[in-house]
Each structure stands twice: as structure tokens, then as C-alpha cells.
Design a binder for this molecule. Structure first.
Ligand code: FES
Ligand SMILES: [Fe+2]
Length: 404
């Protein structure tokens, strides 16, 4: 039965943990607070070690809080991360997306830095600074970084942050075999700037109820034995893992000469594994390829979503082609899965802005299956903890909610 305005706006008959105020996806002031309280406090992936494979390689990256970073591999093959900013008058050090240089030289007044971040030359140093300032006073600003979970470059711009292992907790055990048996190598990259909030993309990565949306998922996963027996598992800091699903490609191979038989070292060929890490990272392991999603939120309703596809270092051309073919058929920019997710979340944004102002977004499904929305509730519990606000009532407009 259609609802009146009053009914439409009344609180759902669910606990406040089971719905959120839509302004968590649209409000500018909440977004700015997220930058300070979440983006600048959590560990985030900025790239993979195979994106700087050789000594002296560097790569520009954007931190999710908006900061420009420079990932550099030294002569000692160690990867270090710095702000991409010159200590002289603040110019960026690297303009190109990536390159190889023994010295990182600022174009403005040609101050130079080595791959450890030491300043190695100030042009006309003595003439300008006499003994008042020297090279040793002006190195690059280091950023905390660790290489982990399959060779990814993790950074945290909070100097006082907890170690990465504590941030990840036992969530990393889930993909230990797949990520540690053989070294990974990036094989493709694409990004999209999408007019929605970053959390809508991440919600979609957690939400397995929406597999009805995807024809390919209906064909390969939903009818398989044990599909509904799977469950979500909660980990520290809002991270979640879902029991693997069994995939069978018979239905989509029918009438074609394509056969998907390749596996992944340390994993099982027919198992799809999903690891969602608060607040923006997703590991999507569906042999023969691994997909990693990361995000740079630009505003409450504008987000860069970056997708990286991985194979195994040393793959033959033939094996790499097959991994790429499979990756792209699902997760490439014109694949049969990922663009459908974009339609759904852009649709959510249109609804939030141009609908009739529903005051609640529901995450209320409770069932012992992968269609439970407990995984999204777990996310918003962490969001609420870090923000010091209830996601159901972020502006404390409903005293009853705060008290529950
Ligand atoms: S701003 Fe970099 S050398 Fe002057
Ligand atoms: Fe999806």
C-alpha cells in the first residue's frame, strides 16, 4: 500500500543500527569530518610494489585524504613513500605519473633529492644560505608505509597510527594462501570518477543480496550448492570476509569455445573470495585474477574508484592473456559485472537527490546467509565509532536514537 508523507518519514520499526540517515552519503560537513577522523587515520593502499619494479622507479599516488604522495624504490630495492612536495616553496616534485630517476629534482629551483628522501643539492647553497641552512635540514617528508597482503603499498598519514597488522587483525588470514604463495604482478588498471559517495561503492562491494542484479553472477554462483549456506564474518575495525562461493562457468561457456580452467597458486580454481576492508579497500579473488578496489573520495558525491587487476609475476604471455580475458569479461570497464554496479549506485545518488527525500536507508536484513546486511551494519558501527556520531542520527536530531 502506498504511504502518506507522515508514514514515509516515520522511523522504521528496526533498531537504529539497521538503518542510516541518507545525509551520511551527501552532507558536505560530514565529508570534511570524515577526512579528518577517518581518511587521515586509517591504513590505505596506494599502489602495488610491481608498479615500481626497478631501482629508482617512482610513481605519483593520491592519498584518500587528498594528499599527493610519491612512492619511490631505492637502489637498495626498498620502497619508501614521501609527500610529493618540495620543502623549498612547496612545488610538486614529480609531475609525471611515473618514471625512473636517480635524483628527484624539483623543476622550480632545481633542488634535488635522493630515493631515501635526503636533499642532495641546493642550487647555489652557500651563496644563498651561507651557514644558516643546509641540505641536511631540508629532506622530503616521509609517510608511514608498509608492504603487505600481496605486495601492496599501504600508507598511513597519521604518524602515531597503530601498526598495519593491528589495523588488519585476523582478516588477512582469509587470503593468506592466495597472497603469499607466488608474487603478484599488476596486469591492468582503470579508474572511474563516479558522482556518488564512496560509501555507496563500498556498500555494494559488501552487499551480496544484490547478486540478483548481475546476470553473470546468477549464472555462475547463485544456483551452486551451498550458495545460501555461506555467512559473513566480522573482524576488527569494520572489516568483513564472506565464506567463499563456488563458481561454475558452464552456463556462460555454453555455445562458446571458451573454457575457464585456470586457477591461482595457493587457492582453489572454482572459489570466489571477498575481503572488504574498512573504509574503502576490497580484495576480490576470483581465479584466474585478483581485483583490488581503492578509492579517493573527492567530495560527498564525487569519488575516484581505482581498479587494479593482478596476475602472477612470471606468467607466460598465454597465461596472462587468459587472466586478462577473464578479468575483463567480468570486471573491465565494459565487463558484465562492474558497470552494472555503477548503474545501481548512481541510481541511488539520483534517488537521494531527486527522490522524495526518504529519511532512512535500510540495512536491516538479518539471516544466516550471505544476503544478510550485517556486513554493512558492521561498517557503520566502525564509522560511528570513528566519527563519534550515530549513522542513524548523525546530527543528534532524535534523542531517542542516541539513547538506544
Ligand atoms: S620549490 Fe622546489 S626548488 Fe624551489
Ligand atoms: Fe555487484
Amino acid at each position: 500500500m502506498p504511504r502518506t508523507g507522515t508514514q514515509w518519514e516515520s522511523r522504521p520499526n528496526l533498531p537504529p543500527t539497521h538503518y542510516v540517515d541518507p545525509r551520511v552519503y551527501t552532507d558536505q560537513s560530514l565529508f570534511e569530518e570524515e577526512r579528518e577522523k577517518i581518511f587521515d587515520k586509517v591504513w590505505a593502499i596506494v599502489c602495488h610494489e610491481s608498479e615500481v619494479p626497478n631501482a629508482y622507479d617512482y610513481r605519483r599516488c593520491q592519498h584518500m585524504g587528498g594528499k599527493e604522495l610519491l612512492v619511490v624504490r631505492g637502489k637498495d630495492m626498498k620502497i619508501r613513500v614521501f609527500y610529493n612536495q618540495c620543502p623549498h616553496r612547496g612545488n610538486v616534485i614529480a609531475f609525471e605519473p611515473s618514471g625512473n630517476a636517480k635524483r628527484l629534482t624539483c623543476i622550480f629551483h632545481l633542488w634535488s633529492f635522493d630515493t631515501k628522501g635526503n636533499c642532495v643539492e641546493i642550487t647555489r647553497e652557500k651563496e644563498g644560505f651561507q651557514d644558516r641552512l643546509s641540505k641536511k635540514d631540508v629532506g622530503l617528508r616521509a609517510v608511514k608505509s608498509e608492504i603487505d597482503m600481496g605486495g601492496f603499498v599501504w600508507v598511513n598519514v597519521d604518524d602515531d597510527c597503530e601498526p598495519l597488522s593491528e589495523f588488519l587483525g585476523d582478516s588477512i588470514d582469509f587470503l593468506q594462501g592466495e597472497l603469499s604463495t607466488a608474487p603478484l604482478e599488476i596486469m591492468c588498471y582503470h579508474k572511474t570518477i563516479v558522482p556518488t559517495n564512496y560509501k555507496l561503492w563500498h556498500d555494494t562491494n559488501r552487499d551480496l543480496y544484490h547478486e540478483f542484479l548481475h546476470r553473470q553472477n546468477r549464472l555462475i554462483a547463485m544456483g551452486q550448492p551451498g550458495y545460501l549456506d555461506r555467512q559473513y564474518h566480522m573482524h576488527v575495525h569494520g572489516h568483513v570476509t564472506a565464506d567463499p562461493s563456488v563458481n561454475s562457468y558452464k552456463n556462460i561457456e555454453k555455445g562458446t569455445d571458451i573454457r575457464r580452467e585456470m586457477g591461482w597458486p595457493g587457492g582453489e580454481a572454482n572459489l570466489h573470495k571477498l575481503l572488504n576492508l574498512f573504509p574503502t579497500v576490497t580484495y576480490n579473488m576470483r581465479p584466474p585474477a585478483l581485483r583490488i578496489d581503492t578509492m579517493v573520495p573527492l567530495g560527498p558525491e564525487e569519488t575516484i574508484v581505482e581498479f587494479r587487476g593482478y596476475g602472477i609475476k612470471g606468467d607466460s604471455d598465454e597465461v596472462r592473456r587468459e587472466r586478462m580475458r577473464d578479468y575483463n569479461s567480468f570486471w573491465g570497464p565494459f565487463g558484465r559485472n562492474l558497470p552494472e554496479d555503477f548503474i545501481a549506485i548512481v541510481g541511488q545518488s539520483i534517488g537521494l537527490n531527486h527522490g522524495r527525500g526518504s529519511p532512512y536507508i535500510l540495512h536491516g536484513r538479518e539471516e544466516e546467509t550471505p544476503h544478510s546486511e550485517v556486513c554493512i551494519r558492521h561498517y557503520f558501527a566502525e564509522w560511528s565509532r570513528m566519527m563519534g556520531r550515530s549513522a542513524a542520527d548523525p546530527f543528534n536530531e532524535m534523542p531517542a536514537v542516541a539513547a538506544e
